[in-house]
Design a protein. Structure first.
Length: 100
């Protein structure tokens, strides 16, 4: 994975996970969290989607991946529209192959 893709993945996951945590907090304000015993903040329960913490972690990861995919599709579309090489490809190799 080159530096551009790694940076895009990092920024996309951070932004998407932040949006996912806000979504879960708003949903819990609307619906209520439930009893404290089902919070699931210790051990493997933090990753079990049936508990509060596990659901929050699942949604944060889901939103992070979704935001990254949407961002990469948008950047690829912008690069194609401007005639630039696709993100992650070597500019010199694309330039030599096209002869531009």
């Amino acid at each position: 994975m080159n530096k551009t893709q790694l940076l895009s993945f990092t920024v996309g996951m951070i932004t998407g996970a932040g949006n996912g945590s806000v979504f879960v907090v708003c949903m819990n304000d609307f619906m209520g969290r439930g009893p404290y015993s089902t919070a699931g903040m210790w051990g493997f329960d933090a990753y079990n989607p049936a508990t509060f913490a596990g659901f929050q972690n699942f949604v944060m990861l889901l939103f992070g991946v979704a935001f990254w995919v949407i961002m990469m599709l948008g950047l690829k579309g912008a690069a194609d529209a401007e005639g630039q090489p696709v993100i992650g490809h070597d500019f010199e190799a694309v330039h030599d192959a096209t002869g531009r």
